[in-house]
Design a protein around this ligand. Structure first.
Ligand SMILES: Nc1ncnc2c1ncn2[C@@H]1O[C@H](COP(=O)(O)OP(=O)(O)O)[C@@H](O)[C@H]1O
Ligand SMILES: O=C(O)[C@@H](O)C(=O)COP(=O)(O)O
Length: 416
């Protein structure tokens, strides 16, 4: 196998899997670390974990279990995939997991590269930008679970890890592969453990993709994987075909773009808001039943939307009433209950917004893995469940255009 990927959430996993498959790698996504005896015939395997915001020890243990599984399958190289907005806290989990993977592989140096220029995630002199705005001034400053308040990735990484971080600036990326390799060697010789790679455009991705060939562990966003995969493959391969039938849209993301997508969709399609206070204070089962009935009675036209999505002020009020962790957990639990009821009621396509939310829904549906289908937007492919006739679109909070929920349905419209 060319590449084994350990992804810290489910939307992140489908994001990178979509880019690998799009570059011609036969890619399989596995939801959690699978049973040891699963046979795999693929160029790349992506293991989705739900390790972005759990306690660091749990994230490390899950990531090492995924690494062991991949190592037993002779992966040539390993990729730790985290969010292109570097979602983490001062406790982790990007730093502790990176350190644990380096130790397990007996390595002392890696790259840190949360970029995806096609979606506006770029790094300049080690500072991360989201659509040309520094990370700490972007919508990520209001994230419910991992608010990001510093754009300097060297500083953020050093605060949660064991080593020092240097930068390979964009002017070196402009000079090409040899210059980047020399810069990486120089940083390592200076005692740096991490090299934050600048990337402003696709050309930089290709250069860094070549420069990291042979590095046992790399870490970053799907832009780095796109750059790496461009050097391995020659053409496109078949994507998983469409699934037809009853559809639901579930939105548990409170990101800026998801708020805009929910507003655009609600204006034209049937939509119902989760009663968040009720979900949190104990009546989740009855509420999930009602929401499921509502979804099943609104089939026929545009798929019905169930959303907990809120703008930052309303979200802060909910978190002040109930606590942020309790609120997130309860809402994820509600969506898990809802997903199971909807599957039982005949829903076969789930369009889900939000990484944690997607993890919760996918786990509730007991889906062991995915084959990768056509891209709806950069970083968001349709995926088809292994072993069940279900299709899902797992959308990162900030990905897609304002009409994403419409777009997801029209990608497969011809086959409805
Ligand atoms: N109205 C709300 N009040 C409090 N928490 C919420 C609300 N809506 C969603 N959440 C929680 O916020 C988190 C959003 O994270 P996630 O699903 O990963 O979205 P994103 O991809 O935008 O990061 C989830 O844990 C979700 O349960
Ligand atoms: O790299 C990215 O931006 C995405 O792949 C990602 O990790 C998505 O996470 P969420 O925004 O939490 O959905």
């Amino acid at each position: 196998m060319l590449l084994g990927v350990i992804a810290d959430d489910f939307t992140g996993a489908t994001d990178i899997a979509g880019f690998l498959q799009g570059n011609g790698l036969r890619t399989l996504q596995l939801n959690g670390v699978p049973a040891a005896d699963l046979g795999v015939d693929a160029d790349a395997v992506v293991i989705s974990l739900k390790s972005r915001s759990c306690p660091p020890e749990e994230a490390v243990a899950d990531s090492l279990a995924a690494l062991d599984w991949l190592r037993a399958r002779d992966c040539a190289q390993f990729f730790f995939k985290y969010c292109s907005t570097f979602d983490s806290t001062a406790k982790g989990n990007i730093g502790p997991v990176t350190d644990a993977l380096l130790d397990a592989l007996d390595e002392d140096f890696t790259v840190i590269c949360p970029v995806l220029p096609v979606n506006g995630r770029t790094i300049y002199n080690g500072y991360l930008f989201v659509n040309d705005v520094p990370l700490n001034e972007s919508g990520m400053r209001n994230h419910p679970v991992t608010p990001m308040t510093d754009a300097n990735i060297m500083r953020v990484m050093e605060a949660q890890s064991r080593g020092r971080a240097g930068n390979v600036p964009s002017r070196i990326m402009d000079q090409g592969v040899e210059a980047v390799r020399d810069a990486l060697n120089a940083l390592r010789a200076q005692g740096m453990r991490y090299a934050v790679l600048d990337a402003l455009n696709d050309r930089h991705l290709e250069v860094m993709g070549a420069a990291v060939q042979g590095m046992k562990l790399v870490t970053g966003g799907s832009g780095l994987a796109d750059g790496m995969a461009r050097h391995w493959t020659t053409g496109r391969i078949d994507e998983a075909g469409p699934v037809r039938g009853p559809t639901v849209v579930i939105s548990g993301s409170c990101s800026q773009m998801t708020n805009a997508q929910v507003a655009a969709y609600r204006a034209e399609a049937p939509a119902i808001a989760v009663d968040v206070d009720r979900a949190i204070t104990g009546d989740a089962v009855a509420h999930a039943d009602e929401l499921a009935q509502w979804v099943l009675s609104h089939q026929g036209g545009l798929a019905p939307l169930v959303y907990a999505t809120m703008p930052p002020d309303a979200l802060k009020a909910v978190q002040a009433r109930h606590g942020a962790a309790r609120a997130s957990e309860a809402i994820e639990h509600l969506f898990a209950l809802l997903a199971r009821r909807l599957e039982a009621g005949g829903i076969v396509r789930f369009i889900v917004a939000g990484g944690e939310t997607s993890g919760s829904v996918t786990q509730a549906l007991g889906i062991p893995g995915f084959a990768i289908g056509p891209q709806i937007a950069p970083g968001v492919p349709w995926v088809r469940a292994v072993g069940k006739p279900l299709a899902l679109a797992l959308k990162s909070g900030n990905f897609g255009g304002e009409r994403f929920f419409f777009d997801a349905q029209s990608v497969t419209e011809g086959s409805k």
